[in-house]
Design a protein around this ligand. Structure first.
Ligand SMILES: O=C1O[C@H](COP(=O)(O)O)[C@@H](O)[C@H](O)[C@H]1O
Length: 569
């Protein structure tokens, strides 16, 4: 039985579902968990099919959340399936349209099974830190699939940075049968730690990366990778060999269902049946063990040691250059003209442009110079997106709010000239019904979903086209302050800052990796009181003590300075 609801609310969906169950005679007693699937339009069918299949083993309430922020209109549509159309469970598909401030958690909250575990699954587009995602934060188990993202190993690296107990990835579940087989080989007498281990598979395959790390972690030996033969069957691990004093134990995948095993001193190859596992089987395995898989966390950490160092996000990028103007007005004009040219370039190349604006004295002046510069450069406002590098967590009309400071000079003129409201990505204010932590998580999620499959790469392909930053006399940028503990959080795209040394105390800021994912970074500074900070930030990259030294663009970093601010260079 399937019912669809247009322009509805979550509570109307819950009510309709109860009515359907009553009519249909189904009950929720056998349901053991709520499975939330975070999907985008095109990807619903396959995961849903896997979930329906898995529901025979683990009867679940499945809630598919599909948010289309680009939609012209805002609202919520829903589809409810119970009975035969939902396997052994029940399915609710929620399609939220438009750039609303509705957090997905408020949509699913009324629909959760009471007192049952929640599992959230991202079949693709893994968030930077699943636990910081609004849906992930309410779940006991968070499942991603790095292999389904467009930069699988980069995704795994992000997931390592944001890892929390309870996370898992299907690239790891794809190894379960391999791991079982290797464990049984290890017990073949005479039991000995192998002197060398080799894994065959593509180096950019996340399961291969995890297999290598697992073996290194478990055996304490360095594992080498070998590229598979051209005609090797399938993806993932294609084979492995363990070198022992009595000879080599080798496993080689020869087809989708078989692996050939050869043992020392035995010429007869043994054929082992080991089918590549379907999405349903992987999901069913995940749902079987709802307790955290700590081995995955250890292996992930082993695979990417050292990714936590915030300095690495800025290092190795083109060296910054200076553009010095006579005064603050000159800084604003130079910065606005340069930004407009870069944004026009981005629209020609990719059809869209993302600009991060900032508050502060010069940031506000530069914002005021931007509408004219955008017009002169021919920037199409319908595909221009505005983001904030940081925001003060105050009321929506508070003068302390960075967005309010640029309202008159930037937002009002651009909206009057055609900038769609949904392209203005405001950080929630205290009136949006969220706590500071929820506001930061919400903004991080907006960024993650806008970034798509590979949000915020600090190498290769950046998300933002132009990122503007003001710089404080203490060399802070955005709301990352020298020595402040909040800036150490690199696992989330947006972080919360309490006890900011500069008032107001509560803030939301983009984190190091996200700030470092821009093509062009512009630091806007004027005044002699900033000269010391400017000089220090021209030295070594030092995120903890000199934040302004530690944001670099993939293509350029420019200091737009007035003569006074450049006075100590
Ligand atoms: O608190 C902040 O300060 C900086 C710089 O402000 P300024 O008035 O010294 O120029 C600003 O860029 C940042 O966005 C803001 O929240």
């Amino acid at each position: 039985m399937i019912t669809t609801l247009q322009d509805t609310t979550a509570s109307a969906v819950a009510k309709t579902m109860t009515e359907m169950r009553e009519t249909f005679g189904a009950n929720t007693i056998g349901r053991v968990l709520t499975l939330i699937i975070v999907a985008t339009g095109e990807t619903i069918d396959e995961p849903l099919e896997a979930a329906v299949h898995a529901s025979h083993e683990h009867p679940a309430r499945v809630i598919v959340v599909d948010v289309d922020q680009e939609a012209e209109t805002s609202g919520l549509d829903a589809e409810i399936r119970v009975g035969r159309d939902a396997g052994a469970g029940e399915i609710i598909i929620l399609r939220a349209r438009g750039n609303t401030m509705i957090a997905p958690d408020t949509l699913v909250m009324p629909l959760l099974l009471p007192d049952a575990p929640i599992v959230t699954w991202w079949p693709e587009a893994a968030p930077s830190a699943p636990v910081n995602d609004v849906l992930g934060s309410m779940s006991q188990r968070r499942i991603t699939d790095a292999a389904a993202c467009s930069n699988p190993v980069g995704t795994l690296k992000r997931l390592r940075r944001g890892y929390t107990s309870g996370d898992s990835d299907l690239a790891w579940s794809r190894l379960t049968t391999w791991r079982g087989l290797v464990a049984s080989l290890y017990e073949i007498t005479p039991v000995a730690v192998p002197s060398a281990v080799e894994v065959t598979g593509q180096e950019d395959d996340p399961s291969v990366v995890l297999m290598k790390a697992w073996l290194e972690n478990a055996l304490g030996v360095e594992v080498t990778l070998r590229a598979p033969e051209q005609d090797a069957a399938g993806q993932g691990v294609q084979g492995l060999s363990l070198e022992r004093p009595d000879g080599t134990i080798a496993l080689r995948r020869t087809g989708e269902d078989t692996v050939v095993l050869s043992l020392p001193g035995d010429d007869s190859d043994q054929h082992v049946t080991m089918p590549q596992r379907s999405l349903y089987e992987l999901l069913a395995e995940e749902l079987r063990r709802l307790d955290p898989d700590e081995v995955y966390g250890e292996v992930l950490a082993h695979a990417f040691t050292g990714v936590d160092d915030a300095a690495t996000f800025a290092s190795g990028k083109p060296a910054p250059t200076d553009v010095v103007s006579a005064d603050a007005a000159g800084v604003a004009t130079e910065a606005a003209t340069a930004a407009a040219a870069r944004l026009a370039e981005a629209q020609t190349e990719r059809g869209v442009a993302h600009l991060v604006v900032t508050g502060g004295t010069v940031g506000v002046r530069a914002a005021g110079a931007l509408p004219a510069a955008l017009e002169a450069a021919g920037v199409d406002l319908s595909t221009l997106h505005l983001w904030w590098g940081d925001e003060r967590f105050v009321g929506p009309d508070d003068d302390d709010r960075n967005a309010v400071q640029v309202r008159e000079g930037l937002l009002e003129p651009l909206e009057a000239a055609g900038l769609p409201e949904r392209n203005v990505h405001l950080v929630p204010s205290t009136q949006d019904g969220m706590s500071l932590a929820e506001a930061a998580a919400w903004y991080g999620q907006q960024l993650d979903s806008a970034g798509g499959d590979e949000p915020f790469r600090t190498r290769g392909r950046a998300f933002f086209d132009v990122l503007w930053l003001g710089v404080g006399p203490d060399a802070h940028v955005a709301s990352l302050f020298p020595g402040h503990p909040a800036q150490r959080v690199t696992s989330a795209s947006a972080i919360l800052v309490e006890d900011s040394p500069k008032p107001p105390p509560l803030r939301v800021s983009l984190s190091w990796p996200v700030l470092n994912s821009a093509r062009h970074v512009a630091l806007l500074v004027a005044g002699a009181e900033k000269a010391e900070a400017v000089a220090k930030a021209h030295g070594d990259i030092d995120p903890l003590q000199v934040p302004a030294s530690s944001v670099r663009g993939l293509e350029s970093t420019t200091w737009f300075l007035d003569e006074a601010a450049a006075g100590k260079l």
